[in-house]
Design a protein around this ligand. Sequence first.
Ligand code: 13P
Length: 247
Amino acid sequence: MRRLAAGNWKMNGVSASLDEIRALLALHSDPACEMLICPPATLLAPLAVLAAGTALSVGGQDCHQNASGAHTGDISAAMLKDAGAGSVILGHSERRADHGETDQLVAQKALAAREAGLVAVICLGETEGERDAGRTLDVIGAQLAGSVPDGASGANTVIAYEPVWAIGTGRVPTLDQIAEVHDFISRSLNARFGTAAGAIRLLYGGSVKPSNAAEIFEVPHVHGALVGGASLKASDFGTIVAALSAA
Ligand code: 13P
C-alpha cells in the first residue's frame, strides 16, 4: 500500500502561493510516498500544470452530488477532474459544520466523485463533547456507515480520521487514541467490504506538524496524514513527507 501525505489548503492560497509547490517539488522530486495537495478550486488548474510529471497529485476540497445543473457557486466532480484533480476531499468537518452536510449527502458526493473517476477522501471525526461522553467509536461507526457508499475500494476511497477538536488547535489525540480509532475503522471496513477494504488507506488528520508526524506514522493502520495548516509551507509539509517516506 502506497502511503499518502495529503495537504488541505482550505480557503487559503492565491497564485503566489504556488511558489510553495515549486519549493516542495524541489525538496521531494521522488518521495517514497504519494503527495497530494488540495488547493482552493481557483488554483486547481495551475497547480495541475506544475504537478504534471511529478510525484505530486492534485485534489479538490468538495464537489456537488449532481453531475451538472442549476447550482450556483457549486462545482461538479467532472469539473474537478477536468481541471486536473485526481481526488476530492468530502465530508470535512468544516463542511459538515458550515454547510450542514450529512452522512447521506457525503455518500452521494462520494458516488458522484467515483462516477467522474475521482478518489473520494472521506473525512470522519468526533467532537470533543462526543469524545468526553465516551461516544467516539459510536460516532465514527455511524459516520463510516453513512458516508461511505457501497462498492468502496482502495481504488476509489481514502478515509481520513480527523477529530474535530484536534483540527487547527495544536491538540493531538494520544497515539493510543489514534490507534484505537484507526483499528476500529480498519475492522469496520473489513467487515463491510471484505478483501477490497484492505487497500483503503486510512489517514490521520488534526494538528499534524513536522514535530509530531513521525510518531503518528508509527501507529498501526495509519497510512498517511491529511494536513491543514502545516501543508501551506513547503518546508513544513516537506518534513512531514520525509517522515512518511521514512516510516
Ligand atoms: P490542521 O492540520 O490545520 O489541524 O487541519 C487539519 C485538517 O482539517 C485537514 O483537513
